[in-house]
Design a protein around this ligand. Structure first.
Ligand code: TRP
Length: 326
């Protein structure tokens, strides 16, 4: 069985965008792949965090993944900072990465161009991500389109290392879903719905109440044409709502367009809100049963133990090839 690996940062609340773009794909893939799923909390501190909030979110995110259908029997679920080998391997990989290629990463360029709070960790972030992936011989990395460039960097580093020292790492491939890879902000539909948005008006959080969800959808930005069809360039708001409906109903986009062709925006929005509320209510029930249970700790302890074993083996092989240690 091929192995996949994915992570979602706990640097903000999980959103409908994370569910559609990442988590629900992961749930699908668990049938066909051996899956590793982790909370990259070390990545979270590349930007400033409140320690208490961060700690809560780590636990919350794991509970949410599972509530969204990530099956702990089928997946290895763990927390990045539980395993010291991630940061250790990252150092070795940093020494095999050029400044030029790291400087080309668009996420870094975007964040650093805003000028605030630019840590060195923000710059080396993709290399730590490469370590996350390469430690476990992941064949595929299911991820949003925004992370594709980082997976490509991991491929480059893996190839470079393999060429220099002999076959050490599996060269990973990104797995990008076709529809719903990118859910946009409801207020600003040319921007991605973000889990670290400053305000959550345009973002649906997985733990939002029914009331809040309905309000956010009702006030989603659309256009004045009054016709419903998919055209992300000229109708980003409506197209985004169509995409959301298509992903949650599992109906092809074409059929969704057909279904709402005669509707007005108000009725259409109500149906979009209904399907979001239905989906999230079920998830929230499961979440509430898990969040304070010892079951959750057992799952994470198992994941920790299993991944440390795997990572140690890989890391030992790496330092031996590089000539480190005795
Ligand atoms: N960079 C990813 C994100 O922003 C999170 C992440 C860290 C990740 N390490 C990873 C994703 C390894 C996949 C594989 O969402």
């Amino acid at each position: 069985m091929k192995r996949i690996l994915t992570g979602l940062k706990p640097s903000g609340e999980l959103t409908l965008g994370s569910l559609i773009g990442g988590i629900s794909q992961t749930v699908k893939y668990q049938e066909d792949y051996e899956s590793f799923i982790f909370v990259p909390d070390l990545h979270a501190i590349t930007v400033e965090q409140d320690p208490k909030t961060l700690k809560e979110r780590i636990r919350k995110n794991v509970a949410l993944y599972i509530a969204c259908g990530v099956n702990p029997e089928k997946n290895t679920i763990y927390i990045q900072s539980d395993n010291l080998y991630h940061a250790n391997l990252s150092w070795v990989l940093e020494c095999h990465t050029y400044m030029g290629e790291a400087s080309r990463m668009t996420q870094y360029k975007d964040k650093s161009s805003k000028g605030e709070n630019v840590s060195v960790g923000l710059f080396t972030y993709p290399i730590l991500m490469a370590a996350d992936i390469l430690l476990y011989d992941a064949d595929f990395v299911p991820t949003g389109i925004d992370q594709k460039q980082h997976v490509e960097l991991a491929r480059n580093i893996a190839n470079r290392f393999n060429n220099k020292y002999g076959k050490t790492f599996v060269v990973p491939e990104p797995l990008i879903p076709e529809v719903g890879a990118k859910i946009m902000d409801l207020q600003n539909p040319t921007q991605k719905m973000s889990k670290s948005a400053d305000n959550y008006k345009g973002t649906i959080l997985l733990l939002d109440s029914e009331d809040v969800i309905r309000k956010k959808i009702a006030s989603a930005v659309t256009d004045s044409e009054g016709r419903i069809y998919y055209d992300p360039e000229n109708k980003p708001g409506i197209s985004n709502l169509l995409t959301i409906y298509s992903c949650l109903s599992k109906m092809p986009l074409k059929d969704v367009e057909e279904k709402f062709k005669e509707s007005n925006y108000g009725d259409f929005k109500k149906e979009v809100a209904d399907i979001i509320v239905n989906t999230l209510t079920t998830i929230q029930e499961k979440y509430n049963n898990l969040i304070n249970s010892s079951k959750l700790d057992e799952i994470l302890d198992d994941g920790k133990e299993k991944t440390i074993k795997i990572a140690k083996e890989k890391y030992d092989a790496v330092i031996k090839k590089v000539g480190l240690n005795r």
